[in-house]
Write a protein that binds this ligand. Structure first.
Ligand SMILES: [Zn+2]
Length: 66
């Protein structure tokens, strides 16, 4: 199954957006929210709690405090 490049969520067949850059890199997005955050605003997924990377980073921070 295809996974969203930005948030890491699994994309159901027939849904989502596939974006190919001029240099050949392929991006899969579950929603326009993820597409705009990465391509338009150049944001990093680790900065957001609603992404898989962000949740991983947040859990590490919590473990450090304990
Ligand atoms: Zn997504």
């Amino acid at each position: 199954m295809v996974v969203c490049t930005f948030c890491g969520k699994e994309i159901t067949y027939g849904r989502g957006i596939k974006f190919v850059k001029k240099d050949g890199r392929v991006f899969d997005f579950c929603a326009t929210k993820c597409e705009k955050n990465l391509l338009k605003h150049h944001r990093k997924p680790a900065k957001f709690k609603w992404t898989v990377d962000g949740r991983k980073k947040d859990s590490k921070r919590i473990n450090k405090n304990d």
